[in-house]
Design a protein around this ligand. Structure first.
Ligand SMILES: [Zn+2]
Length: 234
């Protein structure tokens, strides 16, 4: 992501926050929970791969592709395996990273920021990639988690069909729970392939969403400090 696109001021962020709130109940796909059926995991992964493979082969066949071609014949299986084991593996709660807390022995109770976490997700309306950077901050209540755990939490929720607003909130809420603190902030700055490679074909615009809780919600100074850190030169 180019540096200038992450140079956000608080005003822009507030605009984005307001627009998320305005989406309200009318906007399809903005519920906090990923809409999953009760029986979502009654089938095991192997059966899911087998069935998706069958249906994907059918889609390719309907489009007129010759599935006996050497280059194409493995595609239905590859796609099915990629869906279940990789890009949508975050649907299954058994893949959720366990977050182990450590006591913060050096009593660091300032803001901790992890910025430029690369993530890849998929738009649930078109099933094409959403990709970008996540910036996360929290203020420790005496406990910390390993930094790689923050990356894993971001990746886990990204590996679902998503809308960016929900992804932002799911990461924020999970961090609150894992860290046992309300003082959490998350900013996602992402490109949507459904905007850049089709539709309006806009290759430059990125979408910014923010989640502020606790001190970050109450206190403009904390938000500004977070902004200052994520604007630092790389
Ligand atoms: Zn889309």
């Amino acid at each position: 992501m180019k540096q200038k696109e992450t140079l956000l001021n608080t005003m822009e962020i507030n605009v984005v926050r307001a627009s998320i709130e305005e989406l309200g109940e009318d906007h399809v796909g903005t519920s906090l929970e990923t809409p999953l059926r009760e029986d979502a995991f009654e089938m095991d992964d192997d059966l899911k791969i087998e069935l998706i493979e069958k249906h994907f082969r059918e889609i390719m066949h309907i489009m007129g592709l010759d599935l006996s071609d050497d280059s194409l014949k493995g595609t239905p299986h590859r796609v099915a395996k990629m869906y279940v084991k990789e890009v949508f593996s975050g649907l299954n709660p058994k893949n959720k990273p366990a977050a182990k807390l450590f006591e913060n022995k050096y009593k660091y109770n300032e803001m901790l920021v992890e910025k430029d976490i690369t993530f890849h997700s998929h738009c649930e309306h078109h099933f094409v990639p959403i990709y970008g950077k996540a910036h996360v901050a929290y203020i420790s209540n005496g406990n910390v988690i390993g930094l790689s755990k923050i990356n894993r939490i971001v990746q886990y929720f990204a590996k679902r069909p998503q809308v960016q607003e929900r992804l932002t909130m799911q990461i924020g809420n999970e961090l609150k729970e894992a860290l046992g603190t309300e003082d959490v902030a998350v900013i996602l700055d992402a490109y949507h392939m459904c905007v850049s490679s089709r539709g309006v074909n806009d290759t430059n615009s990125s979408t910014v969403t923010a989640f502020y809780s606790g001190k970050f919600e109450r206190d403009e100074q904390s938000r500004n400090e977070f902004m200052k850190y994520i604007q630092l030169e790389k």
